[in-house]
Design a binder for this molecule. Structure first.
Ligand SMILES: [Zn+2]
Length: 300
């Protein structure tokens, strides 16, 4: 622990000290502190060090942090996204491997994914650190409160577990994979999305890339690193796909740049630029250059 109350750690995969890259601030929520991004060349993993200790990180998840608030996208954009199939793309990617069964959505946030699973062939469960009571009531499925890398819900023989935008937030990624392994049936599926290191946004925006999201994103894993962690936990990788991409992530990079200049404006909330860049970003995602990748793993 250093004088600022931050801690220094090694690579989450191999423990090496890695090489210092640059300093980061909380551009997303504007909370105080300066953190360091390091890179382990052996594993190709970027990780935060110094970082906020686990006991203090909850103060960096204010109510305004997007995953916990209702979807603020205007209705007509949501309808348009639905019409072109973007809204349901993640569900279709899951159903490509599994037509139904029991599924646990870890990090369910505002319940957007569970709402897509509303059909008789899916038996759903949800888990998150904190779930808004109104969201829980609306979901109508069993909701477990807790941190997946500390505890696992009292379930067994699940067909699938989803970790959408969760893995990069975990202090104990190996323990989370172990819990997934114990909860799944043999040949059960684990779906993970993480910010992808191979994308154009990172190259354009550098340290202001939204994927760094300090101090909440503790580590960003390459395919090689994730494959190693999955293999150690008793999984094998089945597929890696670009996750759906509507342009809001790209514009959130501009939010970060504005925040750096002390301007609290959010271009990601402006509709005309979102519409204007959507086709180009959709095309980039089609050739694999999406800022978020979905990993599909199966229990051995
Ligand atoms: Zn390493």
């Amino acid at each position: 622990m250093n004088g600022n109350g931050l801690e220094e750690v090694g690579c989450p995969v191999c423990g090496a000290a890695g090489e210092s890259q640059f300093a980061l601030r909380d551009w997303f929520c504007g909370l105080p502190g300066e953190f360091g991004e390091r890179h382990c060349g052996r594993c190709d993993v970027f990780f935060l060090s110094p970082r906020v200790p686990e006991a203090l990180i909850s103060r960096y998840y204010p109510e305004s942090y997007s995953a916990y608030t209702a979807d603020q996208t205007p209705l007509w954009i949501r309808l348009l996204s639905g019409w072109v199939g973007l809204t349901t793309r993640r569900l279709r990617m899951v159903e490509h491997h599994l037509r139904g069964g029991s599924i646990l959505d870890v990090g369910c946030g505002n319940g957007w994914f569970l709402n897509l699973l509303r059909s008789p062939q899916w038996q759903c469960y949800a888990m998150d650190i904190a779930v808004n009571p109104a969201v829980e009531k609306g979901l109508g499925v069993p909701v477990f409160t807790g941190q997946f890398d500390h505890e696992k819900p009292p379930l067994a023989d699940l067909d699938a577990i989803t970790l959408w935008h969760v893995f990069e937030h975990l202090y104990h990624p190996r323990r989370a994979l172990q819990h997934a392994q114990e909860l799944l049936r043999d040949r059960g599926f684990l779906f993970i999305t993480v910010p992808d290191l191979v994308n154009i946004d990172r190259r354009i925006f550098g340290r202001y890339w939204v994927g760094w999201d300090a101090p909440r994103h503790l580590a960003l894993y390459s395919k090689q690193a994730l494959e190693r962690l999955l293999g150690e936990a008793g999984f094998h990788l089945v597929a890696v796909r670009p996750a759906p991409y509507t342009g809001d992530y790209f514009l959130m990079n501009l939010d970060f740049l504005m925040a750096k200049q002390g301007r609290r404006v959010r271009p990601s909330r402006w509709l005309p630029p979102r519409l204007a860049i959507a086709p180009a970003l959709w095309g980039l995602a089609r050739i694999g250059l999406a800022p978020v990748k979905m990993y599909v793993a199966q229990k051995n």
